[in-house]
Design a binder for this molecule. Structure first.
Ligand SMILES: Cc1cc2nc3c(=O)[nH]c(=O)nc-3n(C[C@H](O)[C@H](O)[C@H](O)COP(=O)(O)O)c2cc1C
Length: 406
């Protein structure tokens, strides 16, 4: 691969000398590289070196005379952007959405359908600091791709994780990001749990928080895809802005799915909502039937609820869409053995014909909020893709949808 436009952003790390070698390799492979350097970066590496390597002047100042609009034009020109080496400071600033310097303004203005890569380089304590961990997770959920950091002795003399990736690895990962087809998918994500009324104030619901659906929606938006989030009223909101429709009951969700799928064209549906298996058919007090969702029942007269099974929405989704789409369904088990889990996944494939089933088991969930040990199973078989967290799940699903959507 040759001839792509690359924006290479240097920040103030001692590993800047290694990044020069990565720039050199990318230039030798025929890419057009423009360099931005923060003020701190220029204390580690001189502009003459960077100009010599790329044949272009180095930009550093957001307000440089005659170049004030470069934060827009450069992002339009670039096929991919890489921050390398990326300091803890810059990673944290980008995750906060600050736009008061050239790097921050470039990040906010960049076209999110194009790859934005970050190759971190820092002391192990800085890399494992909670502020940095949260920033990395946040940026990942917005579609930023992180290059793996190396382990070993860092330039500051301490040992641990935080070393800048090797130059050949950096050049290879930039080219891999360029090779990955960037397509804008239209994705419908359902999220959160349905709520069935008992009387005017009491409901039957489930424990779904909507974090998985919100995380997936945010990640897809961050990657430049168009997302419609069909979200339960009390479910978690996505971090990234996207079009939302709200549901409460099973009937609301069924109607909204039917309307959206018939009227709009989607490339994929990620059906992460926890749809109630049962609805309230009748409220009985002393043998007398009271209207579901009616007046508040006297607390001294506990009712008997007659429940009805709700139809499986996942079975209807494909038939509602006039155009073919990829369907991702979710299967939650509780303390299942590997065989039981496998059988549950196969039953779901047989019922609703989803393309992928995300399986997770309640017993395997850890304490961490983002922890979500899950396996993504494909209808055509093969090994499941395993994820440890919701962020990993979002990244893996986006990748699968991009690669499998014609
Ligand atoms: C000798 C020296 C080496 C440094 N190396 C790193 C580093 O590898 N990673 C890092 O995150 N910060 C490092 N710093 C701190 C950053 O340069 C500092 O946080 C700076 O404000 C970063 O600015 P920038 O992100 O705008 O480039 C180093 C500082 C010094 C003095």
């Amino acid at each position: 691969m040759s001839g792509s436009n690359l924006l290479f952003i240097f920040t103030g790390s001692i590993a800047a000398y290694k990044a020069c070698e990565a720039v050199s390799q990318l230039v030798q492979r025929g890419h057009h590289v423009r360099v931005i350097a923060t003020e701190s970066a220029l204390k580690f590496i001189g502009p003459a070196t960077l100009e010599g390597l790329t044949g272009s002047p180095v930009l550093s100042d957001l307000f440089e005379r005659g170049r004030a609009m470069e934060h827009i034009s450069l992002t339009r020109w670039a096929d991919a952007v890489i921050v390398c080496p990326a300091t803890a400071n810059t990673i944290n600033r980008l995750a906060a959405g600050l736009g008061d310097d050239l790097v921050g303004a470039l990040y906010l203005a960049h076209d999110r359908a194009k790859p934005w890569l970050i190759a971190p380089a820092m002391n192990p304590a800085m890399w494992s600091h909670p502020a940095t961990c949260v920033a990395v997770e946040r940026l990942c959920s917005w579609g930023v791709r992180f290059l793996p950091v190396g382990e070993g002795r860092t330039a500051c003399g301490e040992t641990g994780e935080g070393r800048l990736a090797e130059p050949a690895e950096i050049a290879g990962m930039v080219e891999a990001a360029l090779a990955r087809p960037v397509r804008r998918l239209r994705v419908l994500v359902t999220s959160g749990g349905t709520t069935e009324p008992i009387d005017g104030v009491r409901v039957l619901t489930n424990t779904s928080t909507g974090s998985t659906g919100a995380g997936i929606a945010s990640h897809l938006v961050g990657c430049g895809h168009e997302v419609v989030l069909l979200r339960a009223r009390r479910a978690q909101r996505p971090e990234a802005p996207c079009r939302e429709e709200i549901f409460e009951t099973f009937a609301d969700l069924e109607a909204a799915l039917s309307r959206l799928l018939r009227a709009e064209r989607f490339d994929a549906v990620i059906h992460a909502a926890a749809v109630g298996d049962f609805g309230v058919e009748a409220v009985l007090i002393d043998g007398q039937v009271y209207p579901v969702g009616g007046a508040k029942i006297d607390s001294r007269r506990p009712p008997l609820l007659r429940l009805k099974a709700n139809p499986k929405l996942v079975e209807q989704i494909r038939g509602l869409s006039p155009t073919p789409l990829k369907l991702v369904a979710f299967k939650l088990t509780s303390g299942a053995t590997a065989d039981e889990a496998g059988a549950a996944v196969q039953r779901l494939f047989a019922q609703g014909a989803p393309d992928y089933v995300v399986h997770n088991d309640l017993a395997a969930r850890g304490a961490s909020l983002d922890a979500f040990p899950a396996g993504i199973h494909a209808r055509h078989g093969g090994d499941a893709v395993h994820c440890a967290t919701r962020s990993e799940l979002s990244v893996a699903l986006e990748k699968l949808l991009i690669l499998s959507t014609p």
